[in-house]
Design a protein around this ligand. Sequence first.
Ligand code: SAH
Length: 212
Amino acid sequence: MMLARLREGGVINPRLLAAMASVPREEFVPPAGRDQAYADRALAIGHGQTISQPLMVAVIVEALEIAEGDLVLDVGTGSGYQAAVIAACGAHVVSVERIEQLAANAASRLALLGYDVEVVAGDGTLGVPARAPYDAIAVGAAAPRLPLALARQLRDGGRLVVPITADDRGEELIRLRTVDGRWLTESLGPCRFVPLVGADAYGGGDAEHADQ
Ligand code: SAH
């Protein structure tokens, strides 16, 4: 049923659909939300955060244009679900989460399920420069503006997919691509996300106090 909904939503990449079919979403939602695990909606995961809606995850991951063996940075691990889908597409994933408890939970869940994901606790707005350059970077929370530090961590030909607050009606999903040292951006349409909080985003400098 979830796959039918994804196809209806315009997702066509067969490797992505197979990846989405293979990742057990119920393992990424709290017990209270398990009966809703395959509904096409975001669900609460604690700390005021959500596991993204499956269609949104699919749209983001499709836009990353992942090739086997790509190195991908996932900003905003949350439950780890999107990181697992990216790994199931054949990528090595570095995933960064600012709320330590969520990072720890996701790290043990992903290891238990056997996904090739390295979880880093910290502010992802500045990326994880030690592992750069990346073939692709996904941001799972809404940024107030284009995160330049992330764009700079892409290799040539790399893709950054990030929701950016357009106005008070919501966010716009933006894809930035590096081509011969230049940045090309395009809009992939409207979307809804929790805010990206950090040094180069909302509430910069207060990240360590915002995790209740
Ligand atoms: N894609 C995730 C859900 C993302 S919700 C999933 O599949 O479950 C967005 C996550 O981004 C939240 O967990 C939030 O804590 C995290 N986040 C917000 N700002 C961040 C930052 N600067 N660095 C890293 N993570 C951040």
